[in-house]
Design a protein around this ligand. Structure first.
Ligand code: SF4
Length: 310
């Protein structure tokens, strides 16, 4: 069993299937106080330096086509420092045939299928996540708790057993009186963002990327391929917009917060989201990890006040 770093969403079902443990390298970043020297986006630069200097994983899966383009370069830098890397590509057109080939190569790189129970236990954790997400959507679980659970669905926090315990420990809350907002884009690099939003008077009822991690229906290899072929962040913008329009209407949101990361290509999507999604809209941008800056706190409070007056 080896620890396998993943730079973005890779089906955890397949990594566990090979008897290895996925480690989502992004999940370290908000908790660091480290400022990398050579960087565009802080996320990729920080996990690159952590893996090179601390060797926290034995191998890396670099998602090289799909949701993040900066990863391709920083992933190669890791490989140049002697950590074996495999490059995983999501087909832009959602081709299941191509994705099946990619998934097959991934399983082969990790040593082949050895743990057929993986599909079942990953599914069990994801179903717990779906329940938490549903409760958060109706204001009965704080966004902070739902986010903390769902962001771990990319790697199951390295322990499906702990995730099930964590699901049982999620406390109920009563937040249905607050304006309902969707948080779109990549997750904020500020570790307390959801807590700050709630203190500012907003209930985040939808986290776009963590919700993508939830994708269910992966009880065998073919089902996993079918499910991940619809990963919206790896597909054309029009595909993602169609999904968002339906999901945001279903969640009856009052407004949108679009989090953008400095030097991330997803910044360029802001005008498309504003044009396509007809809701009050707030764009915030972060760069380095830490706690939410005062200026963003003030903007969240003003947004909450504005939504509360409608
Ligand atoms: S914020 Fe953008 S550039 Fe940075 S890791 Fe995420 S997708 Fe890649």
């Amino acid at each position: 069993m080896q620890k396998v770093g993943i730079t973005a969403l890779v089906p955890p079902e397949l990594v566990y299937l090979t008897g290895n443990v996925p480690v989502d390298l992004n999940n370290f970043v908000p908790y660091t106080e480290y400022y990398p020297r050579h960087k565009l986006c802080a996320w990729t630069a920080i996990w690159r330096d952590i893996v090179i200097s601390r060797r926290i994983v034995e191998k890396v899966i670099v998602v090289a086509g799909g949701d993040c383009h900066n990863s391709l370069v920083d992933g190669q830098k890791i490989e140049m420092h002697g950590v074996p890397a495999h490059y995983f590509f999501y087909p832009f057109d959602g081709s299941e045939k191509l994705l099946a080939e990619e998934c097959g190569k991934l399983v082969e790189f990790l040593g082949g299928a050895r743990c057929p129970d993986a599909f079942k236990f990953v599914d069990e954790v994801k179903r717990a996540g779906k329940k938490i997400d549903g409760l958060r959507s109706i204001g009965r679980v704080a966004a902070k708790h739902a986010f903390e659970f769902m962001i771990k669905l990319s790697d199951l926090g390295g322990s499906p057993e702990n995730m099930l315990k964590m699901a049982k420990a999620v406390e109920e809350a009563e937040l249905s009186h607050l304006p309902r907002v969707a948080l779109l884009g990549v997750p904020p690099i500020y570790r307390d963002f959801h807590e700050v939003a709630e203190k500012s008077g907003l209930h985040i009822v939808f986290d776009e990327l963590p919700f993508e991690f939830l994708r269910l229906g992966g009880l065998d290899f073919s089902e996993v391929v079918r499910s991940y072929a619809t990963y919206t962040f790896a597909r054309p913008l029009a595909y993602r917009m169609d999904f968002l329009k339906q999901e945001l209407a279903r969640r009856k949101i009052d407004g949108i917060i679009h989090y953008t990361q400095y030097a991330c290509h997803h910044v360029l999507e802001d005008d498309v989201l504003r044009r396509e999604l007809p809701y009050p809209f707030l764009t915030v941008q972060g760069d380095l990890p830490g706690t939410t800056p005062a200026q963003i706190r003030l903007r969240l409070e003003a947004f909450a006040e504005m939504l509360g007056m409608r």
